[in-house]
Design a protein around this ligand. Structure first.
Ligand code: SAM
Ligand code: SF4
Ligand code: F3S
Length: 462
């Protein structure tokens, strides 16, 4: 079987990724598993031997994007065939899981559809599809009893100075609007030992920052080698001991799973960055209940207060959904009030999108689209104001910045502050992948700019 797909060396693999960071992590792991079979990732689908679209199903527009992309790719596939080649076209990720058969029906040129829990079977799936007697179309949306993490090979893709590490997957919360429990399956935590090993390998490969990922990352309850169960706080404290690892982040967390140990870690672990994405979705108790978020606004305020006590400079972000069925003017005002009280550093906000198969898709009392749009505009205006204010407050401070990539302008580099702000500065390319002190000059609405602090400038200031 392995021979079937290894016959040709240097096959071109193009992966396009939508959605959350877990999909980014998964795309890297798919590249890892295919690399021993001669597949090398390329930046363009033209002339590729295999194209994988790693998709997101969270909102309606996300699915539409997949179908338009498939339409464009069809032409590349036809061009390749005209020249006597073969391009395998695959749809992976959450749209694949939710709409596998529909994709096969609507896009007959798609060869493979497979869900997020099947990636470890990729070589076998490709061999089956290529088939001895011509292409056999394949759909695999099973939730296998075994965990893919136990079967994926060690990482080959070098993620650079800032790396993702999936520690938990799936969700048992069943918020009424959300597809994740259906597309990713039930909550699963990886074993502690495997995670520490992977973190060490990432650091050896050059990572200074690791972001621990999970759809419900603070519900993490991984088994350690002595059989005990660790929560996220304990895992972070252990990871913080890794020499060479400078920064730890985690996302996405649920307010209900913010336990004492994790809150304490924010106060004691200097490597844990002072920025937390803690989505609340709505500030109205009535809507939180209808969303099945399993907590009210008071719990959210209490968690924020406890976290701020542990780490006073902690900056927060959240996700909000407006126009959820039944959301009245007062419910929306409760959300605005919550935003004013918490005062966020940055946030994401969306209009409710009815997702097939979720309970909220059948709810009555829909909010008129024009009303929802107007609420979104008001909310975003407030959030933008807060973000600008937060960025302006940083002017004049010196912050350690992880330099990530080149900017659009000549000689410009882009990096991240501890508070997850993007910052641009004039700096030499060789500083990419390093943490450099930057003197913040200007705070903009979505980013910062500043100058590198040289030792001369520091001594001049002293
Ligand atoms: N697990 C995270 C949590 O509990 O908040 C969120 C996961 S989801 C991938 C990211 C965000 O998408 C959610 O926080 C929510 O704001 C938004 N979202 C999810 N389903 C949505 C829907 N049906 N309509 C609009 N926005 C949605
Ligand atoms: Fe979706 Fe809710 Fe689970 Fe987050 S906690 S992934 S919003 S079901
Ligand atoms: Fe999207 Fe699936 Fe992530 S629906 S947000 S890719 S878990």
């Amino acid at each position: 079987m392995q021979e079937t797909i290894s016959a040709q060396k240097d096959k071109k693999l193009f992966i396009k990724t939508w959605g959350c960071q877990m999909n980014v992590y998964d795309s890297n792991r798919m590249a890892d598993i295919l690399s021993p079979f001669g597949y090398k990732t390329v930046d363009s689908p033209i002339d590729a031997d295999m194209v994988i679209l790693n998709t997101c199903h969270i909102r309606e527009k996300a699915t539409d994007k997949v179908f338009s992309e498939l339409g464009r790719l069809k032409e590349h596939k036809e061009d390749k065939e005209k020249n006597g080649g073969r391009m395998l076209m695959a749809v992976a990720g959450c749209v694949a899981q939710a709409e596998g058969d529909f994709i096969m029906e609507r896009a007959p040129y798609v060869d493979m559809v497979f869900g997020p829990q099947t990636y470890h079977e990729l070589p076998e799936m490709i061999a089956k599809t290529l088939g001895a007697f011509g292409t056999q179309r394949l759909v695999n949306t099973e939730f296998p009893a075994i965990s893919k993490f136990d079967f994926l090979p060690e990482e080959h893709v070098n993620q650079g100075a800032s790396a993702f590490l999936s520690i938990q997957e799936g969700c048992d919360k069943f918020c009424t609007f959300c597809v994740v429990p259906y597309t990713r399956g039930g909550e699963y935590s990886r074993n502690v030992e495997g995670l520490i090993d992977e973190a060490k390998r990432l650091v050896d490969a050059g990572a200074l920052e690791i972001t621990l990922l999970g759809q419900n990352v603070n519900a993490f309850h991984g088994e350690a080698s002595d059989g005990s169960i660790w929560g996220l706080g304990k895992l972070i404290k252990e990871m913080a001991k890794i020499d060479g690892l400078e920064r730890i982040r985690y996302t996405t967390s649920h307010p209900r799973d913010m336990d004492e140990d994790l809150i304490e870690a924010h106060g004691t672990e200097k490597k844990l960055m002072p920025f937390l994405h803690l989505p609340v979705q709505s500030g109205s108790d009535k809507i939180l209940k209808a969303m099945n978020r399993k907590h009210g606004r008071d719990l959210y305020f209490k968690v924020i207060e406890d976290l701020r006590k542990a780490r006073p400079d902690l900056a927060f972000s959240s996700d909000f959904i407006v126009g959820f069925p039944g959301e009245s003017d007062q419910d929306f005002e409760d959300t605005m009030d919550m935003v004013r009280q918490v005062n966020y550093a940055s946030c994401y906000s969306f209009i409710f999108s009815a997702r097939p198969g979720t309970p909220a898709a059948n709810m009555q009392n829909l909010v008129r689209p024009d009303v929802a749009s107007e609420r979104l505009a008001r909310l975003q205006a407030l959030l933008n104001e807060q973000q600008l204010e937060f960025n302006k407050k940083c002017e004049g401070l010196v912050m350690p910045v992880l330099m990530e990539r080149k900017g659009k302008k000549d000689g410009q580099l882009i990096g991240k502050t501890p508070y997850f702000q993007s910052i641009h500065t004039q700096a030499n390319e060789r500083l990419i992948g390093k943490i450099i002190d930057i003197n913040i000059k200007t705070g903009y609405d979505k980013s910062l700019s500043g100058d590198i602090v040289t030792s001369e400038k520091i001594s001049a200031a002293e």
